[in-house]
Design a protein. Structure first.
Length: 659
């Protein structure tokens, strides 16, 4: 075998380079400064729609003027060439010989002589029409998907409005009629009306479940991360869910070591996920066992907590288990008929787990039972910074310090783990005529409530050892304490959970000082009824509100839309306005703006009652014009009356400050 010495390696000649140029799949060219071609290959001619290089040279005398669709694009090309002597990946639409438009990508550089003069330009051209077509199709598909998503969200918002409006009347009138039947001793009627009320509230829960799914899909579900003890959390969950499990003769077993330690994640999401799984297990099990287990595991360099909910119920086939987490899905049609429900609980559970970095799965055997497993990181690191309550601290710091308390003043018990909030709330409540007693944790707070009998309890949700939900459950479950009004003051926006567990009012941090004082005064004093203007186009809703308010001795003035509402305000000045948003002629948004712009009516509090699902855009329009938004169907008669009393008390308190 003969070996070639490196010095004897053949250097490619001109013919080799010419062959490369001639057979390249990209267009290759050299052009003189005046634009005519010095060199072009067949691929370039083909890209521009010419049969040969000769035809290209004769057909295109000045490439810039003849080929570029957009003259401004050509000017940009020249500018870049003058600045950098080269352009890479410059994309433009151009005309082919037959007038069709294609997209090209150019790589071009300037070749200069020894004195810096431009000798010629050389470069390559690639036809990227297919890529551009694919990008355009992708863009259109993305636009169509976004439009479909917007349409779905709008549909859900409209449906929620249309469904909540009649539900408001069903729930409200059944509540009123039930109270009347109980007062008259008609127990048979009372039981039937209670069933109607319960069914209406259940239907409302289903609607809210659909909206939760939509919120999760839209990425608008918020997270609130905190530290908590796992064993304590499991104990509270078990205590809360036990009545549901035992309803069908089942036994609830908690199988978890007391040394599980702590987690840092969204406590509410974890608890709700376990509630959903345990409720599901109790639903499909009869005279059996439901087991709640937990363990800590190390996977790689991260610690995980695994929760298991097992039952001895009806179980599922592999095919049924494979689709059980899909929305609106149950095992089969017979399951839905026999056990009811929408199949949203497990979907929400899985999505909650994914939101906090975990996953949910199931194993099951038909006729034997099921085991649901959720695996969550022991510490969740949120992508965004946690919220803070700086605004609350700012308004509290404006209050004078407390000196000596008067024992005749109403007593407020504050249960919050933040010592700064203790000091500040105590100082400003003293100025408003309250005594204040503070506790850093739920256990001590419950004992203080039992020994001191406060007029009202102010409770935070996010606390170590025992969260606010657990404290609220114990307070409302204790006959000695259940009648004490409880006001949630928290950053956790879960009013549905609060009202379900029996809270008397729910306020979100940060909050205005006078709002807070007004709510506390409402529970410590009985304000005199006043006049309320009800602006609502739906007659049943109007009549329902009138009945509710007149029973509590309020004077009610009605208006069917915003224009009639403004006419009523020309003759009366009510203490409060109850306002619907979706009305003909003049809607609630316009009406609220008109009321606020009129110096004679700008002071009147406006409480919105709507079945519309409030969007961020809606909130922006209402900002500064309304005092509170209530969701139709989501409040009881007592909720509405409490809200009205608090707003009227607030006006009285402000009047005292002014005087």
């Amino acid at each position: 075998m003969t070996h070639t010495h490196p010095s004897e390696t053949t250097i490619p000649g001109e013919s080799t380079y010419r062959s490369i140029v001639e057979h390249a799949i990209e267009g290759i060219f050299q052009t003189a400064p005046d634009g005519h071609y010095l060199l072009a290959n067949p691929a370039l001619a083909g890209i521009y729609g010419y049969a040969s290089v000769e035809e290209l040279r004769s057909g295109v005398k000045e490439i810039g003027r003849q080929l570029y669709v957009d003259p401004a694009r050509r000017d940009e090309f020249i500018r870049l060439m003058n600045e950098k002597d080269a352009v890479w990946g410059f994309e433009s639409p151009i005309y082919r010989k037959n007038g069709n438009i294609i997209w090209i990508s150019e790589n071009v550089r300037v070749i200069r002589g020894e004195n810096g003069e431009v000798l010629y330009y050389e470069g390559t051209v690639e036809d990227i029409s297919e890529r551009k077509r694919a990008e355009e199709e992708l863009r259109r598909a993305k636009t169509a998907a976004e439009e479909a998503s917007r349409s779905k969200s709008q549909f859900l918002a409209n449906m929620s409005h249309e469904l909540r409006t009649p539900l408001n009347a069903i729930i409200g009138y059944s509540e009123l009629l039930r109270e009347e039947a109980e007062e008259m001793g008609e127990e048979s009627f009372s039981g039937d009306l209670r069933k109607i009320e319960k069914a209406g509230k259940h239907l409302l829960e289903l609607i809210n479940g659909v909206l939760d799914i939509a919120k999760i899909e839209a990425g608008k579900m918020e997270l609130h991360v905190e530290n908590f003890d796992i064993a304590d959390m499991l104990r509270e969950v078990a205590n809360t869910i036990s009545p549901v499990i035992q309803k069908k003769g089942n036994q609830l077993i908690v199988d978890a070591p007391p040394t599980l330690g702590t987690m840092r994640t969204d406590l509410t999401k974890v608890r709700q996920s376990l509630f959903n799984l345990l409720g599901n297990a109790g639903k499909f099990t009869e005279n059996g066992r439901v087991t709640l287990g937990a363990s800590r595991k190390n996977l790689g360099d991260q610690e995980w907590i695994e929760f298991q909910v097992s039952d001895t119920g009806i179980g599922m086939t592999p095919e049924q288990a494979a689709k059980i987490f899909e929305p609106f899905t149950q095992a089969d049609a017979s399951t839905t008929r026999k056990y009811g429900g929408t199949g949203l609980g497990l979907t929400i559970t899985r999505e909650f787990c994914r939101l906090i970095g975990g996953e949910a799965k199931v194993t099951s055997k038909l006729g034997t039972g099921s085991t649901f497993i959720i695996t969550l990181p022991a510490e969740f690191i949120p992508s965004a910074s946690e919220e803070n309550n700086g605004a609350l601290t700012d308004f509290l710091q404006r209050v004078e310090p407390q000196t000596e308390e008067d024992l005749d003043q109403p007593l407020v018990l504050l249960i919050d783990d933040d010592l700064t909030i203790h000091d500040l709330v105590k100082r400003f409540l003293h100025k408003e005529g309250f005594r204040t007693l503070c506790s850093q944790n739920g256990v001590d707070g419950i004992e203080l409530a039992r020994t001191c009998n406060p007029s009202v309890i102010v409770l935070d949700v996010m606390m170590p050892t025992m969260d606010g939900w657990s404290v609220l459950s114990r307070l409302k479950g204790d006959p000695e304490l259940s009648q004490i009004p409880v006001v949630m003051l928290t950053m956790v926006n879960d009013k549905a959970m609060g009202y379900t567990l029996g809270v008397d009012d729910y306020m979100l941090k940060p909050i205005e000082r006078m709002d807070f004082v007004g709510v506390l005064k409402r529970f410590c004093d009985q304000s005199k009824p006043g006049t309320v203007l009800v602006v609502e186009d739906d007659q049943p809703s109007r009549e329902l509100v009138r009945d509710m308010l007149e029973r509590d001795k309020y004077t009610v003035v009605e208006a069917r839309n915003g224009l009639e509402g403004l006419e009523r305000l020309a003759t009366i000045v009510p203490e409060l306005i109850l306002l619907d948003l979706m009305m003909p002629e003049m809607d609630g948004f316009e009406f609220a703006a008109e009321v606020r712009n009129n110096p004679l009516t700008s002071h009147i509090p406006i409480v919105v009652m709507t079945a519309k699902d409030i969007t961020p855009e809606d909130r922006a329009r209402l900002e500064g014009n309304v005092t509170r938004v209530l969701q139709k169907g989501a409040y009881s008669r007592d909720d509405l009356l409490s809200e009205i009393r608090s707003r009227i008390v607030k006006i009285g308190a402000r009047a005292e400050l002014v005087s």
